[in-house]
Design a protein around this ligand. Structure first.
Ligand code: KG4
Ligand code: ZN
Length: 343
């Protein structure tokens, strides 16, 4: 089964061809991502209208490139999939309308895919990993812990009460005058910083459950910065390191709680979403997993951030699990919580 997939929910126009090969190394036939990061960088964040217009301009080129690299055509693929939500509505419409049109004209089944499910099944695209899993999805728009029993069988154990983890990285980076997106920028400068220089309180330590919150960490960052007249590069590095350490400690504390709350006590732990690219977070979680004898999986860096291969893979997993294709009338949904695709 070969799937042509499209992803356009935020600031990446992406198309990929993936297949259901036994060997994970042979599943991605092409994975083209055209990022708009440079266009949005000067605004310090994604501007939805500008994003939508840029998706329109390049989507056909990106699709053709994905087909060419895979040695496929619109006729030779079996299924056409697109991210139908959650995300920015303009971009989502560009991707879903294009996919529906390609599917209709070539008489192929269409699959409307949830972007979050793309992130959370990515490790199964890359590795032979069986259910159940405990997952931390940390991206620019979402942050939650989930227990994954199978395809479409997800239970949210805890989630952010305010910002997503990636959003906190982006906002603190902006306060420090670092470039967008903030996550990689903070990680880079933090390498030269002293993580114990600025004092932070780890949020919600006494609160039961595994919900997380980043607003206190953000406010503390603003307060630390406001006390320094002119921020030197060393001040920035120290603040980035102290902030990152606090976020990681908060997430790993709650991760352990999430594990204790899980019903199946899974032996597989998965870190997904754009923030999964953070090496310091990966190593901190890996340490816990080593200590507890739990397998740790995180997608390769290129598949942590938004891409279409993960969307195509969800289409394959869903079809193989017996879910039907989507009607061409399937809605495009700016809000589409994971609980609504859970059976
Ligand atoms: O999953 P993603 O590509 O897009 C969403 O669906 O949101 O995640 C993007 C987010 C951004 O907030 C970005 O700053 C963050 O992931 N991110 C990182 C790192 N790389 C990307 N956060 C921390 N450390 C990183 N190395
Ligand atoms: Zn994403």
């Amino acid at each position: 089964m070969k799937v042509l997939a499209i992803e356009s929910s935020c600031d990446e126009t992406a198309a990929a061809v993936v297949c259901d090969a036994e060997n994970p190394e042979h599943r991605i036939l092409s994975n083209v991502v055209k990022s708009q990061i440079e266009i949005h960088a000067k605004y310090g964040g994604v501007v939805p209208e500008i994003a939508a217009r840029n998706h329109v301009e390049v989507i056909d080129i990106v699709i053709q490139e994905a087909l060419d690299q895979a040695g496929e055509t619109l006729k030779s693929v079996d299924v056409v999939a697109a991210t139908a939500g959650p995300g920015l509505i303009g971009g989502l419409l560009v991707g879903t309308i294009t996919a529906k049109m390609v599917a209709m004209l070539n008489k192929k089944p269409f699959m409307a895919i949830n972007h979050l499910e793309g992130h959370l099944l990515t490790p199964r695209l890359c590795y032979d990993v069986d259910f159940p899993h405990l997952l931390l999805l940390a991206s620019g728009g979402h942050c939650f812990f989930a227990e994954i029993f199978g395809v479409g069988k997800y239970e949210i154990l805890g989630q952010t009460l305010d910002d997503a983890a990636g959003e906190a990285f982006d906002k603190v980076a902006k306060m420090l005058g670092l470039e967008y997106p903030g996550g990689p920028a903070i990680e880079k400068v933090a390498l030269k910083g002293d993580e114990s220089r600025f004092r932070y309180t780890i949020p919600m330590q006494r609160r039961a459950g595994c919900d997380v919150s980043f607003s206190g960490i953000k406010t503390a960052s603003r307060s630390h910065i406001s006390k320094i007249e002119i921020l030197s590069d060393q001040d920035k590095a120290d603040l980035a390191a102290s902030f990152q350490r606090t976020v990681i400690e908060h997430l790993t504390n709650k991760l352990w709680r999430a594990y204790q709350m899980s019903k199946s006590k899974p032996r597989n732990f998965i870190l997904a979403g754009g923030v999964a690219a953070n090496q310091a977070l990966r190593s901190a979680i890996m340490k816990i997993c080593d200590r507890e004898g739990i397998n740790f999986f995180a997608p390769p860096l290129g598949l942590c951030s938004d891409n279409a291969a993960m969307i195509g893979w969800v289409a394959i997993e869903r079809l193989k699990a017996g879910f039907p294709p989507s009607p061409l009338t399937a809605k495009t949904r700016p809000r589409w919580p994971i609980t609504e695709i859970t059976i």
